[in-house]
Design a protein around this ligand. Structure first.
Ligand code: NDP
Ligand code: MG
Length: 380
């Protein structure tokens, strides 16, 4: 019986991970962590019987502890609780499905405790990839991508360890506003941006997909995961999300992974790697498909992607400035405090203002995050 922990169990990736567990019956969930949704967390505890549950808010943790006192589960809270869930003795694979840079400390702690990481939480790798990747190697743990594009690339690289990648072709749906100009996007409301054409995901990543900041974060994620430069990762818009990404090798051969858009596939692949398991769901029907379309990404109207390339090429603390500014800006947009186009304006402003550090340690990354937040709060 494989034992796993899930950080962010009440979210989109977290609940789909539990669906995979439910369908397979040979994985035991021993630790769960969530932010504040204790109604759902309580149901999950009753169904999956973990020994440990972490809730970010202390009051909610106190409430949950009373609700589940009939069960042998320990309820913990705050960053210490999250760290405890990440490092629990019997966890073999930790699914990191929290949203945002909050994932950095628990991910590092889990690696040091010898856990394999099934990584959904891309913000952690974007901001601390230079710390995480060497740790993965020195602690001999596996970093298994959950993000669909990175799982696709990982699958394309099976058996290719000795061969040099010449390009990664990272596919993008282009989001709900593909083809629009900035002028046409200026009145976009929260409700419009929360409608993704192909994927149903958490609120933050749905906004990120609409601005193409998500694709920018994914280019940086691919850079760390597959040891390629930013310029070896090319974004290809493929509106139907059927090709999940591709790898081109030195001889010109391109290997792609295709499938219907379903996050349970990359989640299950990470949990059972290198084994494949039956996964219920729709299959691609090529007779109905008739065509797969491609476009070049529009870097002028979707400046978030251009800024991500700039941040990734600069390296050091710049990806943290980019990411922290985006996290703050998206939250301001979701709270209707700024307009849609201000998201990228804020990212650009924060990057221009940022005092660059070439090789930031963990404390400096977290300080950069705070500085960026303060800069944005003082201006917007
Ligand atoms: P959601 O917003 O749906 O879920 C986020 C989860 O994190 C929730 O369980 C939330 O708990 C929890 N959480 C938030 N803050 C804290 C905290 N301080 N302590 C503990 N738990 C916390 O996000 P998604 O599932 O969509 O995304 C998660 C990550 O996966 C992101 O990094 C995203 O970029 C990445 N990803 C997601 C994909 C998707 O299809 N959704 C695809 C590829 C990557 P609560 O709800 O209880 O507050
Ligand atoms: Mg993705």
């Amino acid at each position: 019986m494989k034992k796993i922990g899930i950080l962010g169990s009440t979210g989109s990736i977290g609940t789909q991970t539990l669906e995979v567990v439910r369908n397979n019956r040979d994985i035991q969930v021993t630790a769960l962590a969530a932010g504040s949704n204790i109604d759902l967390l309580e149901q999950q505890i009753r169904e999956f019987k973990p020994g440990l549950a972490a809730v970010w808010s202390k009051e909610k943790a106190d409430d949950l502890r009373i609700r589940v006192r009939d069960l042998p589960v320990r309820v913990v809270s705050g960053m210490n609780g999250l760290m405890e869930a990440a490092t629990k003795g019997d966890v073999q694979i930790l699914v990191t499905a929290v949203v945002g840079m909050i994932g950095i400390r628990p991910t590092i702690a889990a690696i040091k405790a010898g856990k394999d990481i099934a990584l959904a939480n891309k913000e952690t790798l974007v901001t601390a990839g230079h710390i995480i990747m060497p740790l993965i190697r020195s602690y001999h743990v596996r970093l298994l991508p959950v993000d669909s594009e990175h799982s696709a690339i990982f699958q394309c690289l099976n058996g290719e360890r000795e061969n040099r990648i010449s390009r990664i072709l990272l596919t993008a749906s282009g989001g709900p506003f593909r083809g629009k100009t900035r002028e046409e996007m200026k009145d976009i409301q929260v409700e419009d941006a929360l409608k993704h054409p192909n994927w149903s995901m958490g609120r933050k990543i749905t906004i990120d997909s609409s601005t193409m900041v998500n694709k920018g974060l994914e280019v940086m994620e691919a850079h760390w995961l597959f040891d390629v430069s930013m310029d070896e990762v090319e974004v290809v818009v493929q509106p139907q999300s059927i090709i999940h990404s591709m790898v081109e090798f030195e001889d010109g051969a391109v290997i792609a992974q295709l499938g219907t858009p379903d996050m349970k596939l990359p989640i299950q692949y990470a949990l059972y790697y290198p084994q494949r398991r039956y996964l219920p769901g729709e299959r691609l029907d090529f007779s109905k498909l008739t065509e797969i379309r491609f476009e070049k990404p529009d870097l002028e109207n979707f400046r978030g992607l251009a800024l991500a390339y700039e941040a990734g090429r600069t390296g050091g603390s710049m990806p943290t400035a980019f990411n922290a500014a985006n996290e703050k800006a998206v939250s301001l947009f979701l709270n209707r405090r700024i307009s849609y186009l201000e998201i990228t304006d804020i990212i650009e402003g924060a990057m221009r203002e940022h005092r660059f550090i070439s090789d930031p340690g963990l404390e400096e990354i977290l300080e950069t995050e705070q500085e960026v937040y303060q800069y944005i709060e003082s201006r917007w």
